[in-house]
Design a protein around this ligand. Sequence first.
Ligand SMILES: NC(=O)c1ccc[n+]([C@@H]2O[C@H](COP(=O)([O-])OP(=O)(O)OC[C@H]3O[C@@H](n4cnc5c(N)ncnc54)[C@H](OP(=O)(O)O)[C@@H]3O)[C@@H](O)[C@H]2O)c1
Length: 328
Amino acid sequence: MRAIVIKRPGGPEVLTLEEAADPQAGKGEVKVRVKAAGVNRADSLQRMGHYPSPPDSPPDIPGLEFAGVIEELGPGVDHLQVGDKVFGIAGGGTYADFVIAHSRCVARMPVNLSFVEAAAVPEVFITAYDAMVSQCVLASGETVLIHAVGSGVGVAALQLGKLFGARVIGTARSEDKIQRARSCGLDHGLIIRDGKFAEQVKSITNGAGADIIVELVGGHYINEDVHCVATKGRIIVVGLVAGLHCDVDFGQVLRKRVTIKGTTLRMRPLEEKILATRMLENHIVPLIEKGLLKPMIDKVLPLAQASEAHEFMDKNKNFGKIVLELSK
Ligand SMILES: NC(=O)c1ccc[n+]([C@@H]2O[C@H](COP(=O)([O-])OP(=O)(O)OC[C@H]3O[C@@H](n4cnc5c(N)ncnc54)[C@H](OP(=O)(O)O)[C@@H]3O)[C@@H](O)[C@H]2O)c1
């Protein structure tokens, strides 16, 4: 099969198109012919040598999500059929013609989406739904602050926030991304130039602060978060592109009785990934099929141009998702 391989840690140029051995489906697994694969920030981190894949995934083929067709059933799989259109998350290896997935870690594809559109859904909508709805228990009427609102996860969180009746404040470092987020329903956009936003969030909320903060940037943003989160507010740390460390004023955390949580999808054990996939099929697919949620795709490139896709993402140019198309 064709596969994009990380030859050595480095920039986008280390991604090479190669021939690799076809993987085989084991007991309880399925072999999926990947038609399209979403590109994620974690793929860049893996390419740079900062985020190794979990032990049960290929160490050198990136890719966390796929949409495709079941090619082969492993022993013991009787609830799926060869030819079914499926999509889902993987620990790695989706930048390739075939990927092996546990049979409960694939979801049926929404009937109204193409393979390219479907490949833009699993990672960002599962992450956003799990963080905001399942873990932070978003209620209608609450205010949500979403950092990097133009990122793949950011746009998914924005759509979910609006659908669940929240007021959404979003941050980005350019006017262009804020404008594009406004066209997706963003209520208040903040262009961040000096890393500061707490005073503006307090002003928008008449001093009350944001009930939920979806932290996709990390670093020094987290201390600003604790200064503009509401009493009994929830901060969920999903991404750390700006850094792993910062000084936090825990006086604010204590006085306001704030909950700060961290979350990750890729490193979860199989049983939790199965639950995440069931949530995708049972809660997110129906909303997509009703036209209430839509994948936001910025760029589609063929597999051979994976390094261009990474370069675009590393330069923070994408609004929403980048997708690699493997075959029609
Ligand atoms: N925990 C999990 O399970 C999980 C799952 C998926 C994603 N994530 C994380 O969630 C975040 C979004 O992921 P994604 O794949 O959707 O990302 P993405 O589409 O690549 O977007 C990331 C955006 O972050 C902003 N950014 C980058 N560096 C920054 C910095 N130093 N300061 C401020 N903003 C910065 C940029 O937007 P602007 O141009 O607007 O600044 C960039 O476009 C990432 O941190 C990723 O690692 C975590």
